[in-house]
Each structure stands twice: as structure tokens, then as C-alpha cells.
Design a protein around this ligand. Sequence first.
Ligand code: MCA
Ligand code: AMP
Length: 503
Amino acid sequence: MANTLYDALFQRYQGQESAFITLPDGAVLSHGAFVGMAAQFAYVLGHLGLQPGDRLAVQIAKSPQALAVYAACVQAGVIFLPLNTAYTAAEVAYFVENSGAKLLICDSANASTLLPVAQAAGAQLEVLNGNGTGSFADLAAGQPKEFATVPRQPDDLAAFLYTSGTTGRSKGAMLTHANLLSNAEVLADSWQFSDQDVLLHALPIFHTHGLFVATNICLLSGAQMLFYPSFDVQAILRDMPRATTMMGVPTFYTRLLDQPEFTAQLASGMRLFISGSAPLLAETHVQFEQRTGHRILERYGMTETNMNTSNPYTGERRAGTVGFPLPGVELKITSPDTGDTLPQGQIGQIEVRGPNVFKGYWQMPEKTREELRENGFFITGDLGMIDADGYVHIVGRGKDLIISGGYNIYPKEIEELLDEQPGVLESAVIGVPHPDFGETPVGVLARQKGATPDEAAILQALSTQLARFKHPRRLVVVDELPRNTMGKVQKNILRDTYKNLFA
Ligand code: MCA
Ligand code: AMP
């Protein structure tokens, strides 16, 4: 019996000595060793009582072992739910509880904090550290390195990735085996990946970009990965002569350009640089080409859809655009009011349909209906237009979202906490330009009459609730927020007022 994703990505590597992952210390893990470890982990999932269709949440440091937990879930038919390592216990509690995860795996440093979180949600807790040690690894030691793969159909769920929204709590996007496989196939082909490739992998593996786009493509094509725990510009410069490709968020590219040692010579063995997750400034694209002779290939995706569009591998990669819809993906620009398709050249909401589009939000049928039309088109919340040559341009967002260094931040979540703080009548969180992160959140606080909100105490209060990357980098106290005649806060005015705070 078949398992859609396992058969395509992992099955053929059993016993293969070919190199898969190289770590910064030079240690090499072969494909065969990787799938063997995943099989051992799959046994542990069974011993801990996880059944196909159950959820496993992980909040662990990036490592080959962490990636093998993903492979083990695919092989055992368990749904993989990776969480940002920056999330606080309060944030993790929501995801574990909402998903109904049976098991939470964390780093030993967080075990005592997360044990009550797991217990409250009825989940077990195991430890897996970035160096591969921990109770989960102990349980796996001595298990057989081959596991009878659990059959899974294309439409069965492979992963949940949580994504916030303009209103309400985070939603678990349900991704199927076919969603992930179809996108990896299209991307590996479009970007011409092969077993000759060596990818600089410095992205986190708890998001679509580093997990599904980067890793699944490498597994499908046989490419190797130079695997870094995080983006370390010196390590990337050191290893670039050994690599052929890189995937990154725009911050990776601006940080590289800040290094005088980053030259055309250093990049001469590279065949492809890919950017996504946030807008790449046309200026960065141009500077990068001037410095290296390479045109960065920009693509556009979402947690709910994987990748939707890409600039061409052969053909003009146009700065400031995200290229063309990928093969098999339909993309249209519609009126936010009527849902009708707009004439070419007009700006409207971007809708997409294809085998890449998710199945819906976990246990949120209403939210699913709001965004995923019955005819299969998903309303992305991005605003765009298609130019005369067919290139898609993203011109803004219909959703209230800030993207900082490739991480999404939903203002509403921060505003709700700020509104509760002493001396604060109400608040508005806006994204302002930031030289390193692209955008960064600023909290504008309207004070209660006669009050003087204590900014340091407020930031301190946020720290136990919100991941560090979501913290406003600046708080500004005002007497009142600007409103339009309908009473709606005019964030555009605030964005304009504070646009140079980090210039
Ligand atoms: C770290 N910090 C951040 C961010 N990252 N603050 C705001 N935004 C961030 N993205 C905090 C740290 O906690 C630290 O706090 C301070 O900023 C400085 O940290 P630094 O050492 O400079 O950060 P870093 O470790 O170098 O990380 C920056 C980074 C990283 C390399 C840009 O955030 C990153 O790898 N981003 C990629 C995210 C990603 O993969 N996105 C894809 C999701 P303190 O002040 O306490 O020191 S989107 C996706 O998957 C869709 C589908 C798509 O299209 O791809
Ligand atoms: P997420 O929900 O974390 O997957 O973030 C997806 C969002 O990131 C999209 O809806 C876009 O707003 C944004 N995004 C991804 N890639 C790009 C890109 N190349 N240019 C502009 N925005 C992008």
C-alpha cells in the first residue's frame, strides 16, 4: 500500500550512502542514515500510542534529528505540527490544546515550563535537543532502522502549520500529502534541481519555506544540504564556494550585501539564489546583480498554499515582481467587493487554486468558508496585479499583517495585550520600514486621560506572552488615534507619521 509523500521523498534512500546533510562542524549524514533514524523515531511514535491521524507538536532546535521527526511522522501517518522556537509557553499552550496534539517534543531547557502545558492539554512530553540527545532519542536507540510504512492517500493530512489572522486566534492550516508533493515536484522541476546541487540551508524548519520548499525539493531531487542552525552570515560566506544554490528571506540578501567579502568571485560557483516570504526590494535585486552578476529569483507563497508563483529560471527575472503562476496553479485578480475577475492591469485581491492549496483550517469551518471558496479558489489576502507580460506584482496586503525578517506578525494579537496595560486607552500596531528586517512593529498607545503609560513595564509585560520577534521595537504614546468618519483607526496615517523611525 502506498504512502504518497513517503514513497516520493524518502523510500528510495534506504541504505543509500549518498550525502544528505552536512553540518557546520563538517559532520555528514547520509540519506540512508537519515531514513534509518526516521524509522527508529516512527517506532517510538507507535510505542507512545500515536495512531495515524494523530498530531505531534514539536518546538525544538533545528537539527537533522528534528527533520527526521518530520520524516517519521510522514512514515507513521502522524500529522506533523512544527512550532517556532521563539514562541512563549503561553503561545505553545494554544497550539497544543487547539490541535489536540497527543505528544509535544521540546528542548530540555523548556521541559519544566512546558510540562504543565502538555499536561493541561492531555499531551505527553518528550525531549529532543539540538545535539540529538534527549528522552525521545533515548527511546529510539536500539529500534530497528526499517519501519513498515503506514499507507496514506494523496488527500490524507501530512502537516498542520498555524497561521494567524487579522481577527481571532491562530488557525491550523491542514496540508495534505498531495499538497506538499505536488508543490515540491513543480518547484524542483521549475528551478532545475538535481543531485548535483548543494543548497545553503540557513532557514528555520518550522515554516513552509525552510521545511517544505527547501527540504522537500532536496529530497525529491537528491540535492545535498549544508545545514545551519540559523543564518550566520560568516558561515554562509565561508561555505558558498562549496554550494550551488541558496534560499532565503530578503534579510539574508541585505545582510550578505552588507559584507564587502561577498563578491562575484565568491558567488561564481552558485547557479541560483531564491528569495521569498516577504517582498524583496527592487533595489536589493539590482544591487545584488551589480555585485555578483546573479539575478535573485523571487517567488511568492503562503502557509495555506505552499508556492504559487515564481520568476522564471530561464527567462527574465523581473525585479519587484513575483513572476508567473507555477504550472498547475491558477491565479486571478478579483474585486474585493464582488469577487469578479478584474481586467488585466487592475489591482485587486489575489486568488489561487491548484493541487497546492490546503484543505481548510482545523476545526474552523466558518473561517475556511470565508477564505476558501467552494470552487477551490483561496482568497490570499494579498493585493496584486498582473502586468501586460503576465508577471504578477504584489502591491500590498488586504490583511493587516507585518512581515519582519520573514516572520508574520498580526497587529491584532499585540493590540489586544497593549489595550489591557495600565494607562492605555487603546492602541494601534503598525509596520514601519526597517533596514534589516524589512518591516518592524511599532505600538502607538493612546493614553487614558491624565495617565502616563510606563513603556518599559509594558514591554516587560508582553515578554511572557509574545515571542520576542513580535515585540514592538518602539512604543509611542499619543493623546488619541486618528480615525476616519466611520470611526476606524487610520493606520495609513500612522504608518506615514512614523515611517522614518528606523531610517
Ligand atoms: C530574530 N529576531 C527578530 C527576528 N528574528 N525580530 C524580528 N523579526 C525577526 N525575523 C529577534 C531576536 O530574537 C533578537 O532579539 C533580535 O531580533 C536580533 O536577532 P538576530 O540575531 O539579528 O536574528 P537572527 O537570529 O539573525 O534572525 C534573523 C533572521 C531570522 C535570520 C532574519 O528571523 C530568520 O531566519 N527568518 C526567516 C523566517 C522564515 O523562514 N520565514 C518563512 C515563513 P533580541 O533583541 O532579544 O536580541 S513564511 C513562509 O514559509 C511562506 C510560505 C513563504 O512564502 O516562504
Ligand atoms: P505566511 O502566511 O507566513 O506563509 O506568509 C505568507 C505571506 O507572505 C503572503 O500572503 C504574502 O503577504 C507574503 N509573501 C510571501 N512571499 C512574498 C513575496 N515574494 N513578496 C511579497 N510578499 C510575500
